[in-house]
Design a protein around this ligand. Structure first.
Ligand SMILES: [Zn+2]
Length: 365
């Protein structure tokens, strides 16, 4: 299939506008029109992973971490980033990153950590803003159903577990076309009154052009009247970190043993144990320190994440146990997650997991 079919599917699950500002998720190397039959999945796109893609006939590498985060100014093979990009281009291998946008969804990186730890009622710890917008349009009565159907089919009107959500109010619209107009109803040069329905519905910002296209095609007027509103509401299904509960509370030592076992980590760096039972657990794969105050506010007993620095451990303040399990360890199941996501949609497309352990951190035990 075309590479664009694969990336469009991944972006329908984890849209690119869900990524953080510093991130660089998306197609980093490659042509969307190129044909692909084999994909290699990795957490990091290192030189060894590119070599593996070449050796195994994979035309695309799907990695969690983007190989390029900042602008590259030279391509002379001095850094591993330049060498990876150069080699991928030379060999016609595409590189696609699905990073903080995959972290942000309800079925993403953090959901997989929650499942692995057996947490229930998992929800987003810090929901994102500015992802939902509102559309208001004015439609003649006899076209209201058609327009509403078209908007819903394009992805408008979904809130949590509800779809086809809209508000409808009847009123009267007026308009007067000039000589160049070809109005759907009414006479040129005369004010026309029409019974209309004001349809209001919300939609995900990333689907805006698709939804406007559907509106314009379904609406009978030459000039479609519509308003777009930015909403500051949180999107409860999209955001950073997750929090969930253990079915049965465990004491702190037993819980840390459980984490060590399930997350296959050699060592856990943690703050002072508080002598309490662990019931609520906050998680964030990778560098999650920015979520600490949200984990405390949400009443988490333990916060599982990675990349904690010495001074940041003091911020626990006896209110929570911070457990740093290692960046790679926290995200290692993401490879399997991506594998399952792709296989479910494209059962005959060949997907393989990298055999390279890309963790740059080694433990001297
Ligand atoms: Zn990461």
């Amino acid at each position: 299939m075309k590479l664009s079919a694969l990336t469009a599917y991944l972006e329908s699950l984890a849209p690119l506008n869900y990524q953080e500002d510093y991130d660089n998720s998306g197609l980093i190397v490659g042509n969307p029109e190129q044909e692909v039959s084999h994909a290699l999945i990795s957490l990091d796109c290192t030189e060894a992973v590119v070599d593996e893609a070449i050796a195994t006939g994979c035309q695309v590498i799907i990695s969690h971490h983007p190989i390029v985060f900042k602008g590259l100014k030279k391509f002379n093979g001095k850094t591993y980033v330049e060498r990876v990009v150069e080699k991928a281009i030379r060999k016609g291998i595409a590189i696609y990153a699905i990073h903080t946008n995959l972290d942000s969804i309800m079925t993403g990186v953090n959901a997989r950590i929650c499942e692995t730890l057996g947490l229930k009622n998992s929800r987003i710890l810090l929901p994102k803003h500015n992802l939902i917008k509102k559309l208001v349009t004015y439609v003649p009565l006899n076209h209201a159903d058609t327009v509403r159907d078209a908007l819903f089919a394009a992805g408008a009107g979904t809130i949590g577990n509800y779809s086809e959500v809209s508000f409808n109010a009847e009123g009267t619209g007026t308009f007067k076309g000039n000589d160049a107009a070809t109005p759907y109803v009414g006479e040129i040069g005369k004010r026309h009154k029409e019974d209309e329905i004001r349809i209001e519905t919300v939609y995900p910002a990333n689907l805006e052009s698709k939804i406007l296209m559907a509106l314009i095609l379904a609406h009978p007027y030459e000039e479609v009247a519509y308003d777009l509103y930015n909403l500051t509401n949180q999107h409860q299904q999209v955001g950073s970190g997750m929090i969930g509960e253990l079915e049965l509370p465990l004491n702190e030592e037993s819980f840390l043993f459980h984490v060590k076992d399930k997350m296959r980590t050699h060592v856990i760096r943690h703050t002072k144990l508080l002598g309490k039972h662990v019931k609520k657990v906050a998680v964030c794969g990778g560098s999650g320190g920015f979520l600490l105050k949200h984990a405390i506010a949400a009443g988490a007993d333990v916060f599982i994440t990675a990349d904690y620095k010495y001074h940041e451990f003091f911020d626990a303040e006896g209110k929570i146990v911070i457990a740093d399990i290692g960046h790679f360890e926290s995200e290692q199941f993401t490879q399997q997650l991506l594998y399952e996501i792709i296989r479910k949609k494209f059962p005959i497309f060949a997907v393989r997991l990298t055999e390279v352990n890309t963790n740059p951190v080694k433990y001297f035990i």
